[in-house]
Design a protein around this ligand. Structure first.
Ligand code: FAD
Ligand code: NAD
Length: 467
């Protein structure tokens, strides 16, 4: 079988690339080694984690805020099997949607492990048994990533777990020891903290979500501490042992003292590693980076071999579903002879805790390092009428704008529904808006988005109205 494009991997990078190729009239095939499409994101990542985040937030509100709203409920209980069942249904509906889209767009799909026989021939070890070969003028590698393992701490999948198992627990942990205060750790940790687990975070750096603007990490730590989560920062984990149901984790404190923690579950969330093995890259002369196993690509996302492209988590850059999607579209359009573009600086980052954290553009730390002169406008949610109405007053919006031109250079938010609110900042920055532009645009009242307008006014000329 001869194709214009073969896509290996069906995650948000792969399936979007396949659909865009088909839309552009290219004969397209997609290979996936698992039984369902959608990759990490739909099966064991974005979608199931958000389903459990929503369920656990309902429980938390029922037990913590309903009474103040004037709603008395008795005997609110967690039904974890039902919560996990609903999550599974959401995943099934979503992955089923991709199967439908493949048929609708006439993309041929193959279930099995794809690997390069040569530059144009992909060998598929079919799940149902046997082997099949297909050929393609172009190949897009979209094989994603898997959880990074610490050399001295191997997950057993039952008590010492990764995010995949954390999405399928059969009981609420009594004490979850969480290694890594990044996005996965805090999202999954907050699910179980809301359901009643004691959660202790061991983080190597001196702040949580350390790659985001520092203000966000500090604010988030305050909010999650109110939820009961404990944070041991600047701690170096040295090992973990499992005896029966007891996990013991050891770490070195910043003062060099030995810290010993005992719990019933340990979630290891220290990043993800590119999944580039098993592809037969050696058969076509592609060498992966030693650290992180990423596949090197040029500015067109083409590997060292002409006609072979790579996208998403398996290459450099943020490991985000929407970044992978943009790259899928980019490569499809490049193959079709178009001249696409991605503005990597304006790919937003979101953490779906409550309050939500969202960010786009430069952080204050990056602007300082670049020597850019900038001004700052901050608006706290406690000054927002909408936030008071919904009892969501934690957090703030911070706008960073160029001192000379007033162009918005970065927007960093923590608060209610920031995951959705950040889209306005992305649009504004794509159109190179100034802070004053945002301050002069009408925002519906009362909405959380007024906080962005107010922060922009604060950055413009210290002109915020409500602080
Ligand atoms: P993947 O989604 O990893 O897909 C790769 C696919 O390729 C897999 O299905 C794999 O089975 C298949 N494959 C690999 N090798 C082969 C082969 N040789 N042959 C055939 N098939 C193969 N990102 C966000 O933007 N927002 C979020 O809210 C978010 N939440 C997350 C929560 C968790 C718990 C996790 C783990 C991740 C989350 N992410 C989130 C990250 C997001 O899931 C990834 O960035 C995204 O899935 C990357 O897409 P991808 O297409 O590059 O790879
Ligand atoms: P991460 O890089 O976000 O966080 C890992 C954290 O672990 C870092 O803070 C790091 O300093 C810490 N760490 C590393 N080694 C350690 C050690 N030995 N001891 C203690 N701490 C250690 O990685 P993650 O949370 O595993 O997430 C992986 C990827 O998945 C991320 O790139 C993220 O973008 C993506 N993801 C995104 C979302 C989202 O967009 N909402 C959600 C989940 C995952």
């Amino acid at each position: 079988m001869q194709y214009d494009v073969i896509v290996i991997g069906s995650g948000p990078g792969g399936y979007v690339a396949a659909i865009r190729c088909a839309q552009l009239g290219l004969k397209t095939a997609m290979i996936e080694k698992y039984a369902t499409f959608g990759g990490t994101c739909l099966n064991v990542g974005c979608i199931p984690s958000k389903a459990l985040l929503d369920s656990s937030e309902h429980y938390h509100n029922a037990t913590h805020t309903f009474a103040e709203h004037g709603i008395d409920v008795k005997e609110v209980k967690v039904n974890l099997p039902q919560m996990i069942k609903r999550k599974k249904e959401v995943v099934e509906q979503t992955t089923g949607g991709i199967t439908f889209l493949m048929k609708k767009n006439k993309v041929d799909t193959f279930e099995g492990l794809g690997s390069f026989k040569d530059k144009n021939t992909i060998k598929i070890a079919l799940t149902k048994g046997g082997e099949q070969e297909i050929t393609g003028k172009n190949v897009i590698i979209a094989t994603g990533s898997k959880p990074t393992e610490l050399p001295f701490l191997k997950p057993d999948g039952k008590r010492i777990i990764t995010s995949t198992e954390a999405l399928n627990l059969t009981e609420v942990p009594k004490h979850m020891i969480l290694i890594g205060g990044g996005v996965i750790g805090l999202e999954l940790g907050s699910i179980y903290a809301r359901l009643g687990s004691q959660v202790t975070v061991l983080e190597f750096m001196d702040g949580i979500i350390p790659t985001m603007d520092k203000t966000l990490g500090k604010e988030l730590q305050k909010s999650l501490s109110k939820l009961g989560m404990k944070f041991l920062l600047s701690h170096k984990v040295t090992g973990a042992t499992l005896k029966g149901k007891k996990v013991t984790v050891t770490a070195d404190s910043p003062k060099g003292e030995k810290v010993v923690l005992e719990g019933d579950y340990c979630l290891v969330a220290v990043g993800r590693t590119a999944y580039s093995q098993g592809l037969g890259l050696e058969n076509i002369g592609i060498t992966v980076e030693e650290r992180g196993k990423k596949i090197p690509v040029n500015e067109h996302l083409e590997t060292s071999v002409k006609g072979i492209y790579a996208i998403g988590d398996v290459i450099k850059g943020a490991m985000l579903a929407h970044k992978a999607e943009e790259e899928g579209t980019f490569v499809a359009e490049a193959i079709a002879g178009q001249k696409p573009h991605i503005n990597y600086n304006l790919i937003p980052g979101v953490v779906y805790t409550w309050p939500e954290v969202a960010s786009v553009g430069y952080t204050e730390e990056q602007l300082k390092e670049k020597g850019t002169k900038y001004k700052t406008g901050i608006f706290p949610f406690k000054a927002s009428g909408r936030a008071r109405a919904s009892m969501d007053t934690d957090g703030l919006v911070k706008v960073l704008a160029d001192t000379t031109t007033d162009e918005i250079l970065g927007v960093h938010m923590i608060g209610p529904r920031c995951a959705d609110m950040i889209a306005e900042a992305v649009v504004a920055m794509e159109f190179r808006a100034s802070a004053e532009d945002i301050g002069r645009i009408s925002h519906a009242h009362p909405t959380f988005t007024e906080a962005f307008k107010e922060a922009a006014l604060a950055a413009t000329d210290n002109r915020a109205i409500h602080i």
